[in-house]
Ligand binder design. Structure first.
Ligand code: ATP
Ligand code: MG
Length: 419
């Protein structure tokens, strides 16, 4: 009887050799970019106490209302796979007292996130985000830096037509004023809104603007920018000023909200066409109340989360080639048993010197081995038969030019470097 076969869980992906190189390029670009901007990596657990996300992401969000993978462990603790990166990073910032450091804490992460969503192109149950968080500064220059880092990420990858949408959600007093104006606008249409929106109208009206179902009904909604007080207006103007001098282009979208109480001032999204109805590739904002909400001191923060699957999909749609994997330096072809042992020695030596090298392990004939070298786009093949072995030499063939020469076995590395 055949054994039961397993398939990957719905909404997850296997990244196979051939595709994984693209991931490596994207991740390497993110790391390199963070180095230039002086952000340092932080790695936090893939699961946290469920309460952290309820508090840190917000109880009226799509995530907490229905997308979290929650479970009880054997100790009866309520845990959740992380649905996003910020809450865990804020928790780590507080728990490890990073706020005690004299400089702004500039952190980044890359890793998997988990949300129970209906899978489609660009929407998965396990997906990956590159995100940054900067704690400890209210200076609008850092808002602009965060936005510009994400913007530069897309440019470094060669992604075309990425747009930055920008808004300010103000401070608590500005939002309270806006809340009233927004409710005046929403009340007459209450019955026509989806049940989620009706519920959110009571608890958190700003989130209504974020609804995917009722999106197009809010064209005439009042602009939050008209409710901003002086402090908020000034902060917003300065953020724009910093973006302008960097040449980072953006458009103002007054309906872009992050509706939680501790989101303040700057809110932004990165948009790019190319995956069906999905056009958001990343988003972020300032969260001056969040650190305190999670039990820390009153420290401001700002960050973004960028989805990597969506970037890869769009890069592919746009026909943008990421640098291919490096070819092999040398493929060893051994003929005969004595040569076999010498190849093992040469292979290990070259690898330890930094070359990428491979050999045959299937006992194949020379012709089949040469084909392998070809498939692996090796720059060279090094062929060792009994005669060569006895004279202490090896035949080195350039796969590019077809040119072949004999080099001393102990000068093989030098010969490879020279070319
Ligand atoms: P959406 O409106 O598409 O549901 P979101 O508002 O839930 O996005 P955020 O929580 O702001 O998204 O996450 C930031 C980024 O993470 C998104 O812009 C997207 O690129 C990516 N992302 C979010 N959810 C998923 C998912 N289920 N699968 C793949 N990528 C995702
Ligand atoms: Mg979502």
């Amino acid at each position: 009887m055949a054994k039961e076969r397993f398939e990957k869980p719905t909404g997850t992906q296997d990244v196979l050799p051939g595709a994984v190189e693209k991931w490596q390029v994207v991740e390497a670009k993110a790391r390199e970019l963070c180095r230039r901007f002086n952000y340092r990596e932080i790695r936090t657990p893939l699961f946290e106490h469920t309460g952290l996300f309820e508090r840190g992401v917000g109880e009226t969000t799509d995530i907490v209302e229905g997308e979290m993978y929650t479970f009880k462990d054997k100790g009866d603790r309520d845990l959740a796979l992380r649905p996003e990166g910020t809450a865990g990073v804020v928790r780590a910032y507080v728990q490890n007292k990073l706020y005690g450091e004299p400089d702004v804490s500039k952190l980044y992460y890359i890793g998997p996130m988990f949300r129970y969503e209906r899978p489609q192109a660009g929407r998965y149950r396990q997906f990956h985000q590159f995100g940054i968080e900067a704690f400890g500064a209210v200076d609008p220059a850092i808002d602009a830096e965060v936005i510009s880092l994400g913007y530069q990420f897309y440019i470094d990858l060669g992604l075309k037509d990425v747009r930055v949408e920008l808004n300010s959600v103000g401070n608590a007093p500005s939002r309270a004023a806006y809340r009233e104006k927004l409710l005046d606008f929403l009340r007459p249409m209450r019955e026509s809104l989806c049940s989620d929106c009706q519920r959110r109208m009571e608890r958190n009206p700003l989130r209504v603007l974020d609804c995917k179902v009722d999106q197009d009904k809010f064209g005439g909604a009042p602009s939050i920018l008209d409710s901003l007080d002086e402090e908020c207006t000034e902060h917003f103007a300065k953020v724009k000023g910093h973006l302008d001098v960097m040449g980072v282009e953006y458009s103002i979208n007054p309906r872009l909200v992050r509706g939680l109480d501790y989101y303040t001032h700057t809110a932004f999204e990165y948009k790019a066409a190319g995956i069906g109805s999905i056009d958001t590739v990343g988003g972020g904002g300032r969260y001056n109340g969040l650190v305190e909400e999670i039990g820390g001191p009153d420290q401001p923060g700002i960050g973004f989360g960028i989805g990597l699957e969506r970037i890869l999909l769009i890069l592919e749609n746009q026909g943008v080639e990421l640098e291919a994997a490096k070819p092999l330096d040398v493929y060893f072809v051994a003929l005969g048993e004595a040569a076999d042992l010498e190849i093992t020695k040469q292979l290990f030596r070259l690898r330890s010197l930094g070359f990428s090298a491979e050999r045959d392990y299937l006992g194949r004939k020379m012709k089949a081995q040469m084909k392998s070298a070809d498939r692996m786009s090796s720059r060279y093949t090094a062929i060792l038969g009994e005669d060569e072995l006895n004279s202490g030499v090896i035949a080195l063939k350039s796969m590019e030019t077809g040119e072949q020469r004999t080099v001393k076995l102990d000068e093989l590395a030098e010969a490879l470097i020279q070319n």
